[in-house]
Design a protein around this ligand. Sequence first.
Ligand code: UDP
Length: 330
Amino acid sequence: MTTGGELILVAGGAGFIGSHLCQALLEQGKNVLCLDNLQTARRENLLELEAYSRFRFVEADITRPLPRQILGQTDRISRIYNLACAASPDLYQADPEHTILTCVMGTNRLLHLAEDSGARFLLTSTSEVYGDPHVHPQTENYRGNVSCTGPRACYDEGKRAAETMAFDFARSGRADVRVARIFNTYGPNMRMDDGRVISNFICQALAGKPLTIYGNGEQTRSFCYVSDTVDGLLRLMESGDRDLGPVNIGNPTELTIAELIDTLEAVIGSPLPTVSRPLPVDDPKKRRPDIARATDRLGWCPGTPLSSGLAATVAWFERELRSNRARNAE
Ligand code: UDP
């Protein structure tokens, strides 16, 4: 990494969205310091990034005191993006104590770093703060319907507490803060085994297995292609507007899980058999962002249609599966 100039810290930068964000920042000519514990990240995500001399990776867990390689750069850090947390229900529920500590203690450590460095701080929060929503589509003013005792609470309540802390730092003038509430995002660099609907369905379709529909498939989600999500995060971070409040970043095109299968069938070009599985506890029945705030204040609107985003994602999964097979055969 070059020795002078501003640094952008991306916590969770080896993960799915984080790796795309690092790539976009590097393409803008920035120096990027990536902090990740590699708990749910794919090591392969780092390969392209490490080709840049302006990229540096530090392996560390934000629930622990930040390492010297980060604290020693306090004078240079101008932006801090916090994307560090397992984000798919299967993965964040695998170690719920670590999940809530990552959200709360990890965000606290990074907010202190923002205060000490004077860096602007962006928290990636989540549509899960709305829980199983009673207001539809979800506007940022909706306060949500979250169970604080259920299996999703470690993530939902963790992110809610992280938001609380971020806005308290902002209110008291300790840090310049932005908060993005990210809705379902998909694309290359996802983990194939993260248990999410898109990765499950693509892996099942490519393996000739039936697609597992949880419940009756009538629940809805709104899926945003990762490059659109990253564009929203970059715009939010660079917005001069300190009083935005939280901002929904998601694609407002809502569809049922059954309709998602129809779209995937059209992309793959053959019918996809399905099998029913029980609906997970506290699974939200519907989810769709109201993105008026992001559109009006950031000029952001996701542009990638689901069919083309899915086609790119299926092609990436096929390439990954091929290279995994080649590696295993060696
Ligand atoms: N889902 C499904 N089959 C799967 C995985 C998920 O039907 O193999 C459903 C899940 O119950 C939920 C939706 O798809 O209603 C999205 O689930 P995901 O885990 O991707 O993310 P969530 O939006 O629940 O965080």
